[in-house]
Design a binder for this molecule. Sequence first.
Ligand SMILES: *[C@@H]1O[C@H](CO)[C@@H](O)[C@H](O)[C@H]1NC(C)=O
Ligand SMILES: *[C@@H]1O[C@H](CO)[C@@H](O)[C@H](O)[C@H]1NC(C)=O
Ligand SMILES: *[C@@H]1O[C@H](CO)[C@@H](O)[C@H](O)[C@H]1NC(C)=O
Length: 506
Amino acid sequence: MANCVSHHKIWLLNLLTFFTVLSLSNGRSNAEFPVKAVNLGGWLVTEGWMKPSLFDGIPNKDFLDGTALQFKSVTTGKYLCAESGGGTIIVANRRAASGWETFSLWRLDENTFRFRVFNKQFVGLDGIKVVAVSNISTDSLTFHVVKESGDSNRVRIRASNGYFLQAKTEDVVTADASKVNNSWGNDDPSVFVMTIAGVMHGEFQVTNGYGPTKAPQVMKEHWSTFIVEDDFKFIASSGLNAVRIPIGWWIASDPTPPPPYVGGSLHVLDNAFSWSLKYGLKIILDLHAAPGSQNGFEHSSSRDGSLEWGKTDETIQETVRVIEFLTARYAKSPSLYAVELINEPFSPGVTLETLNKYYKAGYEAVRKHSSSAYVVLSNRLGSADPRELFPLANGFERSVIDVHYYNLFQDVFNAMTVQQNIDFIYNNRSSQLTHLTTSNGPLTFVGEWVAEWQVSGSTKEDYQRFAKAQLDVYGRATFGWAYWALKNVNNHWSLEWMIKNGYINL
Ligand SMILES: *[C@@H]1O[C@H](CO)[C@@H](O)[C@H](O)[C@H]1NC(C)=O
Ligand SMILES: *[C@@H]1O[C@H](CO)[C@@H](O)[C@H](O)[C@H]1NC(C)=O
Ligand SMILES: *[C@@H]1O[C@H](CO)[C@@H](O)[C@H](O)[C@H]1NC(C)=O
């Protein structure tokens, strides 16, 4: 058996050499070595699902930025709704709640909030009528949510004019109830049943949640304990050769980033560079959070689910400055291997035209300081054409296309068996990757993947086969791959746990 394996290896090596020669003769080389990397996710850009305890100490932690609230009037029996999604009055006449009936929080302090509606206007007043017409947050009212005591989900909403909101009729919602009592009865138009329909746990939420006094302390503690020098040692000794480090745009204005962000993360990134050097690892810098958010997810530090990046030229220019700052700072480090200009911009919110414009400027910003760093272009989430960046990337030197392959987040995976998941890797992912891999185009990078699926009750051996299938297929990516992530409370999402427990062997 051992003999057979080593035979196989030699054969593979020959084949690899052959392909390297072949691709060199086509004028494009593979990356110097295929990257076998792990994402240091949840470190310098917070993702609460990876480490929920980070949020434990936040006062009133159910009310963070981006929390989606729905309110059903007890007198009309119907939901509050921004008529037309916003731009006019608030009514109390909807039988079911979805987008227009959802109010997204902006947290000012632990008890004071603004509400943002579907079309992005903020809730305010026109006389005593409650409306959602202003795009400017500071023009809006602030609100306190007063809960009935105990486990009740009944609330009253007190506006900053001192009055409580009431649903006078289905079509008339006003902020003019001055006297309320303790009965919280079904005949009281100032009483609403509140539902939390969605939550966000990103960098904005954690820093704004703790506030300016506690957040610096909490984040420094997190940065200095979540990933430490020993982790780099472990990574290097596990057969990996690189790390992909998600960072946020605010790192470039360290030590005084705009609030609520907290200074000190740049020093932590400096540490990552010195540890990488010490243990012979390469670094792929990955701008995971761009100003305004490029996808509306918590992992790009969206405040309330909005996608604002690219809507103005200013956000693009600011992002280019971040890329230039980081490249200039680390260009001389032998560990800087690649700069990923932005992670997972979302289509259609980010248009191809906007993205091309930014990628061109971002590429030039990298090249001002480094001729050797690879420039990684992330494909747009939600776009049907995985080659849409090729025309641009073909004009770049040392460019890479990043694709993220998860057997998750799409209905098609919900009913798949273990074997179907594995077949999907060998058939579908394999042909997707082949389609992307061209002799004269950009290199290919599976920058995120995980040995996790929708199958429940699977065995260790199932996971081993699934991981191996992905290593086999993603190992053919010409730039390489990166597992998401190194650490995670969800075991299969932690490469450290997977390696230490024998699920993955590199
Ligand atoms: C608010 O923003 C939207 C979308 O950008 C715009 O169409 C609308 O005119 C703005 N409204 C006001 C009152 O400025
Ligand atoms: C409380 O206020 C509501 C609404 O104004 C009223 O209908 C109800 O009778 C009041 N209950 C008590 C006990 O005063
Ligand atoms: C996977 O590929 C097979 C064969 O090309 C195709 O029939 C199938 O629809 C693909 N599955 C999904 C979920 O895309």
